[in-house]
Design a protein around this ligand. Structure first.
Ligand SMILES: C[S@@+](CC[C@H](N)C(=O)[O-])C[C@H]1O[C@@H](n2cnc3c(N)ncnc32)[C@H](O)[C@@H]1O
Length: 231
């Protein structure tokens, strides 16, 4: 398992940390990421009304997968995560979907080894890949894209590193008005700089996901979307 991925997963294996993070995660109208999750579902629906299988990588409690399963009532989901605590919460929070969801323990950089099946109409991830270095990120995108059926969607909602000091200063000044800082007990360490927009877009292209774009962005968080070529 690549080193940065292993370090990121280790933090979440502490049940106290994972529960504290979940307790501090905004819910309902306070959760600004409901908008990009909804945009992702709408974009998939535009081309792929029957995605069949939807995989949520490092899916945590399953917030992103839930939006897609609600949007596509005939779809099934696979949620993979490295943390038992997060998987337990996902099983509770996604219980209303019953047999439609399979839960897998595993590392986000070893999807096939964790038994994630091929043929997905969409592979999602959110708020996890920023722990990976550029090479690991590209490896993740390659493997995730390889699990997609032709015309399948690769979707990643994640935090990026700013690459412009002026915009970084502006964003830092205003963003707390919209997203209050998390309690320090739920802040987690990042080993190196976060990937940039360029790292993500290059990774999509290198993985053969040709139709790639940033469908939504606020401050340091981007919704990266793209499709593999249709058959
Ligand atoms: C910030 S939470 C986000 C959870 C969920 N994706 C969301 O946006 O609500 C990060 C998640 O990534 C998982 N994670 C971290 N490193 C991982 C790895 N190497 N492989 C699989 N899951 C990992 C954690 O267990 C945790 O559930």
């Amino acid at each position: 398992m690549p080193e940065q991925s292993r370090t990121a997963a280790a933090v979440w294996s502490d049940p106290d940390f994972a529960r504290a993070w979940l307790g501090a995660d905004p819910q309902g109208a306070a959760d600004l990421l409901e908008l990009p999750r909804g945009i992702a579902a709408a974009l998939v629906a535009e081309t792929t009304p029957e995605p069949g299988l939807i995989v949520d990588v490092a899916g945590g409690a399953g917030k992103f997968l839930a939006v897609l399963l609600d949007a596509f009532p005939s779809a099934r989901g696979v949620l993979l995560d490295a943390s038992d605590t997060m998987l337990d919460r996902a099983k509770t929070d996604l219980a209303r979907f019953g047999e439609r969801v399979d839960f897998r323990i595993g590392d986000m950089t070893q999807l096939r080894a964790a038994g994630v099946p091929e043929g997905a109409g969409a592979v999602l991830s959110s708020r996890a890949s920023h722990h990976l270095g550029r090479e690991e990120l590209h490896g993740f995108y390659r493997e995730a894209a390889g699990l997609l059926r032709p015309g399948g969607w690769l979707i990643n909602l994640d935090h990026i590193a700013p690459d412009d000091a002026v915009w970084d200063r502006r964003y830092r000044t205003v963003r707390t008005r919209f997203t209050p800082p998390r309690p320090s007990a739920t802040a987690h360490h990042h080993d190196g700089p976060l990937p940039t927009v360029r790292d993500h877009v290059d990774g999509y292209r290198a993985a053969g996901v040709s139709e790639a774009d940033i469908a939504w962005k606020a401050f340091y968080t981007c919704l990266f979307v793209g499709r593999t070529p249709p058959a």
